[in-house]
Design a protein. Structure first.
Length: 742
């Protein structure tokens, strides 16, 4: 039985010492292949690094490298070969998590990789304690020629199962000079954007649409003082042929250093070369290393959850992976982020013997239900800067979604769909390629996605919460939030006018029909997930805007929204629905993300009853992938159930690096698997209702833990539970009401 104690005023049980940097994660043997790689990165750069056959290998990825088909391409693979081999008997592959770098050493030789956090540069550093060594670095590319994609390979693009015959990944340009090698991919004028616009009958407004793919040029340059081109090679890694260019040190030395500088521009190759050269001129290795180390140190000070066991370690390792895209222009993808590897090591079937560019569910399409779980935990972590790429994603595309509403239906508001492209239009295949004559051109003809428009509201709420937590200036996001809300008000009045003379029901409420509870409850009448979203976001925006905002619109919308459907003591997915299409328990969305029910909130028994007794909620229960059951159990104060699910969710994944979960419903590394586990862990430790903080609301008293997390109004909570007792608690700044459960 959980015991609650109320403390009024600020207090400290005992002095909390500053948290140490996370421990180094280490392997003492070589890796078999790329599936046994470690993640390393910074800024917006990611590397999968491993030691195989005496060589150091790594894949290089960067946020936003989208090709003509919207595949998120890797930039290549690099192989480091030493003339004096590493001693495998004393080998240590190390991810130095606290400092943000990777290294391998045998006690005599060190190879270290790290990424600049301010500019897109990777540093390769080799050092030897006593004797000198020679170094060769080979750039390996599998995109030296155009490749027609197989049926399965098309799923790495936004065309997926509806790809045109002969769909091709175009070759890169590789320029091998005597002392430097440049590699780049240049999109032409015509990309999948143009095909999507035509498919969706938007040619008349095409000139007004945001298009991030046209003439996109991305790549990088490898060079190092004293390194010259040795020659070319070729080979096969996993199931993919490659060509290589080897640069060798002119003479042995105790120190070697190379850089890989990257650039991305929406323009010509000449413009790309200019940006690349400017970045190279800014490199100051000693200073940049210091800045990078300091950034990671500050990152780890923001928050932590520490204890003994796999789930604490995996929480930290996953947060490290998220930190590698802190400053990217594009959000971290739910289906692998920057750290995918050869697909045959994820799925054994013959059809997955594909290039390292492959990831399931596309590279440029962002599935909102999955993306949200990657980003919600950043609030309690205090990682508000990491939120920006995801918030800016919607900021960049919502104008295109407004054009859709005006063009198709003649009303305002941003119609943002569930599987949304990085240019704000529905995903090409999910829009439907077999559409009957007269079918509404604004609608997706897709059994899973039709009428699912409410997921954008979670990202609106993230912006509002970021302000509530940290005071972040969200002025630029406010028009987007209004637009997302306005769409529901205008579109459902529009649909009502198609049916009859009235735009509201007999009680003066909007009729949200047809609607959708996630991808699951289709043809829904007043879907609970949508009602809860609209109520929560509209109220939060009203609280933020006060008298300066469009108070008439917000108050009218709040007054016209229907109630959440509740019957027989349980929350229902909707008043009515036509069919069940997927396995999401959206009847529990009023618990999370919308926090209408939960610890310290009214009618918690209704929500608990729903969790325990709703037949579909029970049937769908799982810890895999994006499943949220652990979060809901935590938010409802169900300690034993939350602990049971958390142990499953945050247990080691099937790959050597334990936070490479998946594939789940998506791909490996499954980032929405890690994100949902992270949220559950946070909610077990800290919840907030109004002015009251609940500490350890669903945490097992036998699990020793020490944490620092964030709450609203710039508050941080630091606490330690040891031997079943709360031995330390510090709330900064002062909070009058703190409830401690122990």
């Amino acid at each position: 039985m959980v015991k609650y104690v109320l403390f009024i005023s600020f207090f400290v049980f005992s002095r909390l010492t500053a948290a140490a940097l996370p421990q180094t994660y280490e392997w003492t043997t070589e890796s078999r292949n790329a599936s046994e790689s470690m993640p390393c990165g910074g800024g917006d750069v990611g590397m999968n690094v491993w030691v195989e056959g005496g060589d150091v290998l790594f894949y290089l990825s960067r946020s936003g490298c989208f090709d003509e088909n919207n595949t998120l391409l890797k930039l290549g693979r690099f192989r480091i070969h030493l003339s004096e081999p590493l001693n495998t008997r004393s080998l240590r592959q190390q991810l130095v998590v606290g400092d943000g770098y990777w290294q391998v050493t045998d006690g005599q030789t060190w190879v270290q990789l790290w990424a600049d956090v301010e500019k897109p540069v990777v540093h390769i550093e080799v050092s030897r304690e006593k004797e000198k060594t020679g170094v060769e670095v080979t750039y390996e590319s599998w995109r030296t020629r155009d490749v027609v994609l197989s049926k399965r390979a098309r799923f790495q693009t936004s065309y997926k199962f509806a790809a045109p015959k002969g769909l091709t990944t175009r070759h890169d340009s590789i320029i091998a000079g005597r002392s430097a090698l440049s590699f780049l991919h240049h999109n032409g004028e015509h990309t999948i954007f143009d095909a999507t616009v035509s498919q969706q009958q938007l040619d008349a407004v095409k000139h007004r649409l945001y298009n991030p793919l046209r003439n996109l040029t991305f790549g990088g340059r490898l060079q190092g003082k004293g390194f010259v081109l040795k020659g070319q090679t070729h080979g096969r890694y996993a199931s993919t042929d490659y060509e290589g260019w080897t640069y060798a040190s002119e003479r042995p030395s105790q120190r070697h250093a190379l850089t890989i500088t990257m650039a991305t521009v929406q323009g010509s190759v000449t413009e790309w070369q200019q940006v690349l050269a400017q970045t190279e001129q800014q490199i100051q290795a000693r200073r940049d290393r210091k800045v990078a180390r300091q950034w990671w140190h500050e990152f780890w000070k923001r928050s932590y959850i520490e204890g003994k066991g796999d789930l604490f370690r995996n929480y930290t390792l996953f947060r490290y992976m998220l930190g590698c895209n802190a400053r990217g222009p594009w959000p971290t993808k739910f289906n692998g982020g920057l750290f995918t590897f050869d697909p045959e090591y994820v799925e054994a079937a013959e059809e997955y013997r594909l290039s390292p560019d492959y990831r399931n569910w596309g590279g440029g399409v962002h599935t909102a239900q999955n993306q949200r779980l990657v980003y919600w935990p950043m609030l309690k972590n205090g990682d508000f800067d990491l939120l920006l790429p995801q918030l800016d994603f919607y900021l960049n595309i919502y104008k295109n979604a407004e054009e859709r509403s005006r063009h198709y239906w003649g009303h305002e508001g941003a119609c943002l769909t569930e599987q949304i492209e990085n240019y704000g239009l529905p995903c090409y295949p999910e829009y439907g390629t077999k559409r009957p004559a007269g079918f509404d051109p604004g609608m997706e003809r897709n059994a899973w996605l039709e009428y699912e428009w409410d997921t954008c509201l979670e990202f609106c709420m993230m912006a509002l919460e970021a302000h509530r937590y940290s005071g972040m200036d969200i002025t630029r996001y406010v028009p987007m939030i209004y637009s997302c809300l306005r769409f529901f008000d205008e579109h459902y009045r529009y649909l009502a006018r198609q049916r009859g003379a009235k735009t509201l029901d007999g009680n003066g409420r909007l009729v949200l029909y047809p609607g959708s509870g996630g991808e699951t409850y289709k043809g829904a009448y007043n879907a609970t997930s949508t009602v809860a979203a609209l109520r929560t976001v509209a109220q939060a925006l009203s609280d933020y805007e006060g008298e300066r905002g469009d108070t008439l619109f917000l108050q009218t919308l709040l007054r016209c929204l229907p109630d959440i459907a509740v019957s027989d003591g349980m929350i229902r997915p909707a008043v009515l629905y036509e069919r069940v299409q997927n396995v999401e328990s959206t009847q529990l969305y009023p618990v999370f993300p919308w926090r209408i029910y939960g610890v310290g909130r009214p009618d918690i028994d209704i929500a608990r009853n729903t969790y325990l007794n709703d037949s579909l909620a029970v049937k769908f229960r799982s810890h895999v992938g994006w499943k949220q059951d652990a979060i809901w159990a935590a938010c409802l104060g169900m300690t034993d159930e939350a602990a049971r699910l958390l142990k499953l969710k945050m247990a080691d994944g099937k790959h050597r690096f334990p936070a490479f979960w998946g594939p789940g419903f998506d791909w490996t590394p499954d980032h929405n698997w890690g994100g949902s586990g992270m949220i559950a862990m946070q909610e077990m430790l800290l919840q907030e209702v109004g002015d009251t903080l609940y500490v350890f609301p669903a945490w097992p008293r036998e699990w020793d833990v020490r944490f620092r997390l964030h709450a609203a109004a710039g508050t941080t909570v630091e606490a330690e539970l040891r031997g079943g007792k709360v031995v330390s608690l510090k709330v900064t700044p002062r909070r009058e009401y703190v409830v401690v459960a122990y």
